[in-house]
Design a protein around this ligand. Sequence first.
Ligand SMILES: Cc1ncc(C[n+]2csc(CCOP(=O)(O)OP(=O)(O)O)c2C)c(N)n1
Ligand SMILES: [Mg+2]
Length: 658
Amino acid sequence: MGLAVSNAQGPGVSQTPDRLSPRQLVEIYRLMYLSRRLDDREILLKRQQKIYFQISAAGHEALQVGAALAMRPGYDWFFPYYRDRALCLALGLTPDEMMLQSVGAAADPSSGGRQMPTHWSSTKLHIVSTSSSTATQLLHAVGCAEAGRYFCRHPEAAAKAEGDYRAFHEPDFHDDEVSLTCVGEGSTSQGEFWEAINTASNQKLPVVFCVEDNGYAISVPVEVNTPGGNISKLVANFPNFFFAEIDGTDAEVCLRTFEAAAAHCRAGLGPAFVHGHCVRHYSHSLSDDDKLYRAAAEREADALRDPIAKLQMRLLREGVMTEAEINELEKSMDQVAAEAAERALEAPLPTLESITRHVYSEDIDPTGPLFDRENEAVGEAATEGKIKDHNPHTMADLINVCLHDEMRRDERIVIYGEDVADASREEALSEVKGKGGVFKLTAGLQTTFGSERVFNSPLAEANIVGRAVGYGVRGMKPVVEIQFFDYIWPAMHQIRNELSLMRWRSNGAWGAPVVIRVPIGGYLTGGSIYHSQSGESMFTHIPGLRVVFPSNALDANGLLRTAIRCDDPVLFLEHKRLYRETYGRAPYPGPEFAIPFGKAKTVRSGTDMTLVTYGALVPRALQAAEKAQREHGISVEIIDSALTTGKRLHRRCARPAA
Ligand SMILES: Cc1ncc(C[n+]2csc(CCOP(=O)(O)OP(=O)(O)O)c2C)c(N)n1
Ligand SMILES: [Mg+2]
C-alpha cells in the first residue's frame, strides 16, 4: 500500500488526472487514518502517563494530506506548526520517527528528545524544525523562499568554500520550488502573520500559506480573533496571491486546491493562500476539555464533519473499497501505530550530559584559532573599498569597510533592514548620494553590490529577524540591521525563541547563522529613553546567541569579520557614541583581519583593582582610572572583554595592552 500520489521527490509537475483514481483515494485514506491512529495511540500513552503531552491533527487530516501530496518533499520546503501530523506523515516522516519524539527518546530524529511531541523536523524532507510559538514559522518560510530565489539567480553563491560557515552548508535549490507553511486561524492575529503576508505579496514569493481553520484557538472562537470571522475576507486585497477558501474536510478538494496553489507559485506568479475550514475533532490538546466552553449542538455538528468518516463513506459509496477491505486496512494501520509506540517506549532517553550539545556550532568555534588572525593585519589600503589610505579611521568606517570586504568575498551575504539601502528607487541613484543607514554604516553597499543583496525591509523588526532565520537555514548569511537597540523588542520573540534555539531544538540538524547589527546606547543630549537604551545583559542570558560589543574601530572590524564568518547567530552591538569618536580610531587592517570571540584585552595595567568592561565604558573607565591614579593613588587595571560570550573569559588569554 505504498502508493505515492503526487509527492515524488524531484522535478516535474503533478500529473494527477481530473478524477482521483481508486488507488489514490485509498492511499489518501490510509495516510489520514494512520495519522488519526497515531494520535489515538499517543492519547493512550498519555493516559497511561508514559508521555506528558498530546496535541492532535484529528479533524485536520484531509487538509494536511491534500497539502502534502501536492508538494515535493526534499525539493520544496516545509514550515509546519504543532498540529501537522498528517502533513508530515504524508511528506514521509515514519510512524517510528513520530513515536520516538512522543516519548522524548534520544533517537528522536527531529529533536533528540528535546521538543514536545509533534514538533517535527527532517533535513532530508526539508521539514524545518518548528517551535511551539504560534506564527513565527510564517516569516521563516518567507526568508526561505527568498533564499531559494537568490540562489537560483546567483548559483555561484552556493559553491562550497572553506574557512567559514559555508564549509558546512551546501545549499540545494530549484527555480520552481515552493515553501509551504501552516498556521491555525487564531494565530492569524499575530503580527508576524501580517508581516509574512506583506513580504510574500510584495516580492511575489513562492510561499503557500495554509490556514487550518478549526474555528477555535484553544477556547477562543474565530470571531474573537478575526473581525467578521473570516480571515479570507481580510487578506483578499493583498496583490499577487492565489486565494482559495475551501472545505478542509474534503480530501479531494484539498489536494486539487493545493495543486493549483503550488502551480501558481511554481510559475512565479506569487504566493498562495489556502484557507481550509476543518474541525477540531478532539479538544485543543489532551490538557483541554472543550465541553467547558462549547455547546453540545456545536460539538455534535462538528463531529458530523469528520474528514475520515466522510472519505470512508465515499470509498464505500463509489465501490472503491468494501467494508471488509476497509476493516483490513484499518487493522493493519492500528498495528503499525501500536508497534511504533512499543518500539519507541523501549528506546533510551537522552543522557544528562547531552543537554549542552548543539547550543552553538560544533563545526566552527569562533573563540578558536580559525579566527585568531590579528597578525594578518596587512596594513595595506583596500584597493576597491572606500578606504584608500593608512590613516586612522573611525569605528563607523571600519565597520563599513568590513561589510564591503565580506560582501565581496562571500556572495551569500545579504544585508537588509530599515533604511540600510542607498535608495530603494534605484533610478534615483544616478543623482543622489544615498542614505545607507541612519548612521551611514551601510553607505555605498547597495550601489556597489546591487539591490538584490542590499535592500530596505518593511518597518517591522520581527519581519527582519524572522526572514533572516529562513535565509539562514538555507545556508545564506543575512547580516541584518535593527535601526536602534530601543526598537529591537518586536524582534525579541524571533531572537529568543527561534534564532537562538534553532540549532539546539533540532539537535544540531538546522542552524541559522545570522548577524544582527544594532546601534546601541546614548549618544546625543535629549536622546531620552527611546534613543539611548542599553539592554545587552538581556541578550547575554540567551543560550545559543553570541553577543559582541566592541570598544574601538579595530576590534569592531575584526570581531564583525568573525561574526560574519562563524556559524552561530551573533548580536553585534555598536555603541553610537563610539561610531565617530576620536578614541580608538585605527588604520584599515586588511580584509583577513579577525579577532576571536572570548578573548579579552588588557587596556590598562594596574595593581590595586581590576575593572572588566566593554563598549563605550572602556574609554570612560580609562578616564576614571587616570583620575583615580592622579587624585587617590589607586592603580586600576582595565580589561576590555568586548562582551563576547559563549566561552568563559580567561585572563590568561588576555591580549596584552597595545
Ligand atoms: C506566541 C504564542 N502565544 C500563545 C501560545 C499558546 N497557544 C498554543 S496553541 C494556541 C491556540 C492556537 O490556535 P490556532 O492558531 O487557531 O491553532 P489551533 O491550535 O486551533 O490549530 C495558543 C494560544 C503559543 N504557543 N504561542
Ligand atoms: Mg484554531
